[in-house]
Design a protein around this ligand. Structure first.
Ligand SMILES: *Cc1c(COP(=O)(O)O)cnc(C)c1O
Length: 388
């Protein structure tokens, strides 16, 4: 055999993550093959006789368009089993929560993504689980809540307070208590931290954010190296039907190709802006794990490969002053969400469900890839206007 094609998506082992984002999930290297995976628009797949495990069979069970994205994300998170793509981040969150046995105890950060908290609260309200919310940066306080827990939910950095959880210590403590450990790795991305390496069992993503990266697709994913857990998640996806569209998944993989470059840029700008915002007369507090004086700095330095591109600032004068800053901005886009190429800003308490412990004047900045000085100039003029 002289010109046997290499396996689909195969490439040399031990590539750096910023190569994996480009090289993984490619079609077979055969003559005239496309460089990019195709979008497969088919609701059903040809088959005769009994449907056996691994058959595509039907579009709610699988789609060839999912595979390259699922392989790429698995490789980035360090899982030997393909990820599972879902219709949205919240569909992925719901699937992961379904791994908690009925009536089990779910321990969750009080500053979790509000949609995840809302799902947990709704399940708790109908008796499907018992919810214990915790201050996730306070390791001892979390440990104290783990007795009898069925699942520990981790988010680090948290949204929007950017608290840092001690991933490995908490995962060990949760396992000792007999709980499964799930981490929402949306904020950090696998380029910033790989929770599976810290002993976490299941990682969830809102692919909508940094992975897709262009604010043009809503998508989610779950990653686990555990065969049994993965089989249950596959079943959940197939039966509940929150499946990803082939084109959305293709867009997400296209976004992943530039993720390393995007984050390199946005992270450097976030660090610069956080530094300049610190001590600004219009600002009461700046939260960014990359700032040496940030309460989460040492922990973030120990467990992350980068401090991320989200900065939280608390404007003096509360909601009214913070809204004035947002109004005065011309380049920063006033919108929810994060992780896109364009810089977004939002006063989080404008959402009625946002926890009351989030300050009224807190603005969450999702730093994009624009010129750093242009972003700073816009912020500086808006802060000045709000002060006047
Ligand atoms: C946006 C987000 C989600 C929800 O994802 P969707 O794609 O909007 O459904 C979950 N977790 C975090 C941390 C998020 O930022």
């Amino acid at each position: 055999m002289t010109d046997a094609p290499s396996a689909a998506g195969s490439h040399p082992d031990h590539l750096a993550p910023d190569t994996v984002v480009v090289a993984a999930g490619r079609p077979e290297r055969t003559h005239d093959a496309p460089v990019n995976p195709p979008v497969v628009l088919s609701s059903t797949f040809i088959g005769r006789g009994e449907v056996v495990h691994g058959d595509r069979a039907y579009g709610r069970y699988s789609n060839p368009s999912w595979d390259p994205f699922e392989e790429t994300l698995a490789e980035l998170e360090g899982s030997g089993l393909p990820a599972l793509v879902f219709a949205s981040g919240l569909a992925a969150v719901s699937a992961a929560m379904s791994l908690l046995p009925p009536g089990g105890v779910l321990v969750m950060p009080q500053h979790s993504y509000q949609g995840s908290l809302a799902v947990a609260e709704q399940l708790a309200a109908r008796g499907a689980l018992t919810l214990r919310t915790v201050e996730i940066a306070d390791t001892e306080a979390v440990k104290a809540q783990l007795a009898g827990a069925g699942m520990l939910w981790l988010e680090s950095p948290t949204n929007p307070m950017l608290e840092i959880a001690e991933l490995q210590v908490l995962a060990e403590a949760a396992h000792a208590a007999g709980a499964l450990v799930v981490a929402d790795n949306t904020f950090s991305t696998p380029l910033g931290q790989r929770p599976l390496e810290s002993g976490v069992d299941v990682v969830v993503h809102s692919v909508t954010k940094y992975l897709a990266g262009h604010s043009d697709v809503v998508l989610g994913a779950v990653v686990t190296p555990d065969e049994e857990l993965r089989a249950r998640l596959v079943e959940h996806r197939s039966l509940h039907g929150a499946i990803a569209g082939p084109f959305e998944t293709w867009l997400a993989l296209r976004g992943v190709r530039t993720m390393a470059l995007r984050i390199e840029r946005s992270q450097a700008t976030a660090a610069l802006l956080a530094e300049r915002l610190l001590g600004h007369p219009a600002i009461e507090a700046v939260r960014y794990p990359g700032l040496p004086q940030d309460p989460g700095h040492e922990r973030a330095k120990a467990q992350m490969d980068g401090f991320g591109s989200i900065v939280a600032i608390v404007i003096k004068g509360g909601a009214e002053a913070a809204d004035m800053v947002v109004e005065a901005l011309r380049l920063w886009v006033p919108a929810t969400s994060l992780g896109g190429v364009e810089s977004l800003i939002e006063r989080r308490r404008r959402h009625v469900n946002e926890p009351a412990s989030v300050p009224q004047g807190l603005l969450r900045l999702s730093v994009g890839i624009e010129n750093a000085e242009d972003l700073w100039a816009d912020l500086a003029q808006a802060l000045e206007k709000a002060q006047a």
